[in-house]
Design a protein around this ligand. Sequence first.
Ligand code: ZN
Length: 151
Amino acid sequence: MSEAEALEDDDVPTYPSEFHGWRGWVVEKGLLKSVNDKQIWTPGEPFEADCSLGKTHKRIPWPGCHCGLYSVKSLTKLRSNSYHNVGAFGKVAIWGEILESSDGYKSQFAYPLIIWVAHLDWRKVDALRGRYGVPVMLGNPYTMSEPKEDE
Ligand SMILES: [Zn+2]
């Protein structure tokens, strides 16, 4: 996909889930990447977890294993884990197999719903905007307050 191509609304995955979580991403060449394993989140495609240990489970995430796409339940929690200042942060829709803990989720699938970029990294906004078919905005990860669900 070229830099100039933007996703049409039809290209953005629909999410059969009401669950939302918060995540941080590294941003490289206008693409979101997972912080720990640097896997690319391909625009227009649900991001699907595999087992980082290479195990074959009946389902992913598997209870007791580390696999699954991690997200937390609040921006406050994201800050306390220091995932708010890695490049971009935002809310994701999660679906498929979901394991819930008190702080967050491990899910089988995820896709960004809204992406914020810190003001210092404002140049990354143009690279990301249009890519994933979702809003990309500037936000202060340190002081921003938690947006309401319907915003
Ligand atoms: Zn696993």
